[in-house]
Design a protein around this ligand. Structure first.
Ligand code: BGC
Length: 436
C-alpha cells in the first residue's frame, strides 16, 4: 500500500511551479475569451456592475443550483445591510426515488412547475414583488433579465431547456401557478450573486466564486469591450482545461454526461470528488492485500464529498471512524491502521489538489486585474466545499501564500453564506433602479 500512496502523492500534489504555470495559462485563457478567440473560458457578460450598497426594498430570490432549489424573501436595508425574512429549500431529486428533476426524463415545464410551486410557498399574496433568479449554469445573457442556457453542467440533463430563454420558462411557470404578481426582474449566475452580496458591504471584493457541487468564478472586468465599461464577467471557469490531469480524471470525464467539458470542475468540485475517491480506492484496494469484497465501491457515484469530509474529520488515534466507514462501504472488518491511513491520505490529496487548482485560477484572475499585486483583493466564496470540507479554506490560503509570499497577505478570502441567493435580490434591486 505505501507504494500506491507514494505514486498517488506524486500525481496529486501540484508543485508551486505547477500552480504558477496553471495561473499563467488561466490568465491567457481569460484574455483569449475576452478577445473572442477560442478559449475554454466563456467570459460571459452579466450586464451588471457592482452595487453601491444603497439598494433597498423587499425581493424574492430564487436560487437554482443543481442539487437544491432555494427560495428566499430578502429585505435590503441599504448601507450594505440585509435580512433574510424567510427561506425554504427543496431537493431536485427525491432520495426515495419519488421524483427526479435532473434527468433527461424530466421536461422543462415539469422542472419549472416544480420551482414555481416552491416560490408559491413563500410568495406574499397579492403584493407585486420583483424576483431575482440565480441560475447556476453557463448562460448567454441577452440583458440583465434574459439568459439562454448554453449547456447543462453538473450532470443535469433536463430536456428542452438548453438553447432556451430561462426567464421565459420561469415566467410561464409562475403564470401557470397563478403567481402573476411575482415578476422576474434579473437573472444571474451564482458566482455573480456571491460577488454582488460581498461587495454590497465590502467594496474591495473583486472575485466571487463557488466551491460546492460545482465550481466557477466571476470578477469585475474594468474595461469590458470598451475602455471604462465595467462589467461583472461570469468566466465559467469550471470549463478551464489546461491542467495536469490523472487517469482517474480521464475515467470520470469519459463516463460523464459531457465528455471533454468542465475539466477543472470535474477535478475540483463536490459533485465529482467522491467519485474520484471511489476510483482511487478501487484501484489501490484491489491492488493491495486489503482485498475488497463486492461492495459499494463497485457502484459509480456511490461515494460523495460528505464521505470525504467524514474521513478527513477523523482525528482518533486508531482512525476508528474510517474503520467503521470501511466496514460500511467495503464490508471489510480487518483493516490495519496503515490501510486506514492510506484512505485518509488519498482523501486529503484530492481535497488539497482541488484547493490548489482553484487557488491557481484565482491567481490568474488577480494577475489580470492587478499585474503587480499592488492592491488588496477580497475573494468572496460560497459553497459547501469551502464551508464544510476540513482543511479546504486553509489549503487555498496556503497555496496563495506559497506562490506569492509577502504579497499574498493582500489577498483575502471569506465565506459569503447564502451569497448566491441574496445576490439575486441585489441584482433585482439594481435592475429595478435602472428601469426608473
Ligand atoms: C456551472 C456554473 C456555476 C457553477 C457553480 C457550474 O457547473 O457551469 O455556471 O456557477 O457550477 O454552481
Amino acid at each position: 500500500m505505501p507504494r500506491e500512496i507514494e505514486k498517488l502523492e506524486k500525481v496529486f500534489s501540484p508543485s508551486n511551479k505547477d500552480i504558477r504555470s496553471i495561473s499563467i495559462s488561466f490568465h491567457h485563457a481569460m484574455l483569449c475569451g475576452l478577445n473572442g478567440q477560442p478559449s475554454s473560458l466563456k467570459m460571459l457578460p452579466s450586464f451588471l456592475t457592482m452595487p453601491d450598497g444603497n439598494e433597498q426594498g423587499l425581493y424574492m430570490a430564487l436560487d437554482f443550483g443543481g442539487t437544491n432549489v432555494r427560495v428566499l424573501l430578502v429585505e435590503l436595508h441599504g448601507n450594505g445591510r440585509y435580512t433574510i425574512l424567510a427561506r425554504r429549500q427543496a431537493r431536485l431529486k427525491d432520495s426515495n426515488g419519488l421524483y427526479d428533476f435532473t434527468s433527461p426524463n424530466a421536461s422543462a415545464n415539469e422542472l419549472f412547475d416544480f420551482i414555481a410551486k416552491e416560490v408559491a410557498q413563500l410568495a406574499p399574496s397579492g403584493k407585486e414583488l420583483p424576483l431575482g433568479h440565480t441560475f447556476s449554469f453557463p448562460s448567454n445573457q441577452l440583458d440583465v433579465n434574459s439568459a439562454l442556457l448554453i449547456n447543462w453542467t453538473k450532470e443535469i440533463a433536463v430536456s428542452g431547456v438548453e438553447g432556451n430563454d430561462v426567464t421565459k420558462l420561469l415566467t410561464a411557470a409562475l403564470q401557470r401557478a397563478g403567481l402573476v404578481h411575482i415578476r422576474p426582474a434579473a437573472i444571474i449566475n451564482d458566482t455573480v450573486g456571491t460577488l454582488l452580496t460581498s461587495s454590497y458591504s465590502h467594496p474591495d471584493s473583486h472575485l466571487g466564486s463557488i466551491c460546492g457541487t460545482g465550481h466557477n468564478t466571476a470578477y469585475l472586468e474594468r474595461c469590458y469591450r470598451a475602455a471604462n465599461n465595467a462589467m461583472i464577467i461570469n468566466m465559467e471557469s469550471g470549463n478551464f482545461n489546461c491542467l495536469p490531469l490523472t487517469k482517474y480524471d480521464r475515467l470520470i470525464d469519459a463516463a460523464s454526461e459531457k465528455p471533454g467539458g468542465q475539466l477543472l470542475e470535474k477535478a475540483v468540485s463536490g459533485r465529482y470528488l467522491g467519485e474520484l475517491l471511489r476510483l482511487i480506492l478501487l484501484d489501490i484496494l484491489t491492488n493491495s492485500r486489503l482485498d475488497c469484497l463486492p461492495s459499494d465501491l463497485q457502484n459509480p457515484y456511490s461515494l460523495s464529498a460528505e464521505d470525504i469530509a467524514l474521513i478527513l474529520a477523523d482525528t482518533t488515534t486508531e482512525l476508528d471512524n474510517i474503520a467503521g466507514w470501511l466496514v460500511d462501504h467495503c464490508r471489510n472488518r480487518t483493516t490495519s491502521i496503515d490501510d486506514r491511513l492510506a484512505v485518509k491520505k488519498a482523501a486529503g490529496l484530492l481535497v488539497s489538489r482541488s484547493a490548489y487548482f482553484v487557488a491557481a485560477s484565482y491567481l490568474g484572475v488577480i494577475q489580470h486585474i492587478d499585474p503587480n499585486f499592488d492592491c488588496s483583493h477580497h475573494i468572496a466564496i460560497d459553497g459547501s466545499l469551502f464551508e464544510k470540507m476540513p482543511g479546504y479554506a486553509q489549503a487555498i490560503s496556503k497555496a496563495i501564500t506559497e506562490v506569492h509570499g509577502g504579497k499574498a497577505g493582500r489577498i483575502t478570502t471569506s465565506l459569503i453564506k447564502d451569497g448566491s441567493g441574496v445576490g439575486a435580490a441585489i441584482a433585482a434591486a439594481i435592475a429595478c433602479k435602472k428601469k426608473l
